[in-house]
Ligand binder design. Structure first.
Ligand code: ADP
Ligand code: GLC
Length: 488
């Protein structure tokens, strides 16, 4: 248990299982659950997206938070608040119910008014704390969506003694998304009177950036791996924010994400028909057969199965596949099972692979939690050749599922996957350095050769399965940072 329990207010655009498009949803849930288990008072704020409203789940209206009014510039909005527990925990989730803004079918709308949706979430979360008379020690915000939290506490809500001791943390999950809008929206954000506090160069160019304001005003910045914390201070990975991040380097920490082994454990995964563990890998072979049967690929022979579960964006390094996968599948007996949606060129490539290599390649264009678990469990190798990767969760899930990952050595992938050394029988996977087709070709070759030695392969699987990336470990690092902030 932590020495002093803290009051932690998490504000996030995603929270699994209610709203998830990628790792952010897993992380906000895993971190909150782990903090709660250690006795902290954690409250998580999230929009009541229309897709959550359609879930079979009990949400209870908070009576004293009905019909709350808020003005975003000339716009007057009304919201209510629903509450529930984060599954498998005692953590309270508060969902901001504002149908005028959260009526889209998807989590992110991509519409022009996205900024309103997250400005409202952030302000509503702080105003709920006020109405509840609950003084958070920490307000922890995530990515651009809620990055206005720190500046709001220093401006609109600075008068309230309730927040006198509140410290703010901004976690950078992905610098590729910054929430940059025309500075004409300042009025709606309620920040016109405080324009001088915003990043001046942006304003002179008629812009405002949610993420930059968070980087400037959060008491502490964290990012989701040690390597990414260093990388983002360079022009190559900084997405234009590297100089600002270097200026705040003393207040920037890298903490590798945790894994929720309650959700991702091959010995008890409710999505799977067969279980397995490092002690008994029989279920893994059964899962491979079941996966291939499920997707209609032939199972005969010892052909290795390569799995891919990904948002299909340039970040994920999928461009490297164009020049490598066809030749591998043309010449060798392999299986490829891919799941993901995103940019059309990648979807089209995967669909083309399926048509070009019948009986070898299967692709599902969509999102499926169940299939993601099946692919982790039933594949022999997991492919994640990211161009950049703040942390990445799938490679850690793969390690636990005895599915050694082939990864590009960047960000969290560099921190979590060690190169297999067949002589010493150490290592957990196949990282490659250069973001080139040759780099990936080298790693694929290396991995497929290693696969030919079943005894050594078993050791490689066991090495990965023995790694502990649990939230139980990682949460302590967040607690230490929170505690350090309390002392300042
Ligand atoms: P990112 O957050 O950049 O997408 P991560 O590796 O941190 O990358 O997390 C991705 C998460 O999203 C994992 O839990 C992964 O299983 C899940 N995921 C991604 N695409 C899909 C999909 N098409 N179907 C199901 N789960 C997916
Ligand atoms: C982002 C990153 C991913 C990270 C996730 C959770 O989506 O792309 O690398 O694991 O956030 O922190």
């Amino acid at each position: 248990m932590p020495k002093t329990a803290l009051k932690v207010c998490q504000i996030a655009s995603e929270l699994a299982p209610f709203a998830k498009t990628g790792g952010l949803g897993d992380v906000s849930a895993g971190l909150s659950r782990a903090l709660g288990k250690r006795g902290n008072d954690v409250r998580v704020f999230l929009p009541f997206y229309s897709r959550i409203a359609k879930m079979k789940h009990d949400f209870v209206a908070v009576e004293f938070l009905r019909d709350q009014e808020i003005a975003l510039g000339p716009r007057r909005l009304t919201y209510g608040v629903l509450t529930t527990k984060l599954p498998h925990s005692d953590v309270d989730v508060y969902l901001i119910h504002c149908p005028a803004l959260y009526h889209h079918d998807t989590v992110y709308s991509g519409d022009w008014d996205e900024y309103l949706r997250y400005a409202l979430l952030t302000r509503a979360a702080l105003e709920c704390c006020q109405r509840m008379g609950w003084a958070p020690d920490i307000v922890h915000v995530h990515d651009w969506h809620t990055a206005l939290g720190p500046i709001y506490l220093r401006t609109l809500y600075a008068w309230d003694r309730l927040f006198a001791r509140t410290k703010t943390v901004l976690t950078l999950h992905n610098l590729a998304y910054q929430g940059v809008y025309s500075s004409q929206i300042l009025d709606e954000l309620g920040l016109s009177p405080f324009a001088s506090m915003l990043y001046n160069e942006d304003l002179t160019q008629g812009r405002v950036s949610f993420l930059k304001s968070g980087i400037l005003y959060a008491d502490l910045l964290t990012t989701v791996s040690r390597t990414y914390a260093k990388e983002i201070q360079t022009p190559e990975f900084g997405f234009g924010l590297d100089s600002l991040l270097r200026a705040r380097a003393d207040h920037l920490a890298g903490i590798v994400n945790g894994v929720d082994y309650g959700e991702w454990n091959p010995a008890s995964d409710p999505y799977l028909p067969h279980y397995f563990s490092a002690e008994n890998l029989d279920g893994k072979a059964a899962m491979k057969k079941a996966l291939l049967e499920k997707v209609g690929l032939p199972h005969a022979g010892a052909a290795p199965v390569i799995g891919l579960v990904s948002r299909l964006t340039a970040q994920k390094g999928l461009d490297l596949l164009f020049d490598t996968l066809p030749e591998f599948f043309y010449h060798r007996d392999l299986r490829f099972v891919a799941l993901g949606t995103g940019e059309e060129r990648y979807e089209q490539f995967l669909a083309w692979m399926q048509i070009s290599f019948p009986g070898k390649v299967w692709y599902f264009r969509g999102y499926s939690e169940e299939l993601a678990h099946w692919i982790e469990a039933g594949s022999d190798l997991f492919l994640m050749p990211s161009r950049f990767e703040p942390c990445g969760l799938n490679q850690m899930y793969s390690l636990k599922y005895g599915t050694p990952p082939i990864v590009r050595r960047t960000g969290g992938l560099a921190d979590t996957v060690e190169l297999w050394n067949p002589i010493e029988r150490k290592g957990t996977g196949f990282p490659f350095d250069h973001f080139t087709p040759e780099g990936l070709r080298w790693a694929l070759d290396y991995a497929l050769n290693a696969f030919k030695d079943p005894v050594a392969w078993k050791q490689l699987q066991k090495n990965g399965m023995a790694k502990d990336f649990s939230w139980e470990r990682q949460v302590r690092l967040y607690e230490e940072l929170y505690a350090r902030l309390q002392r300042t």
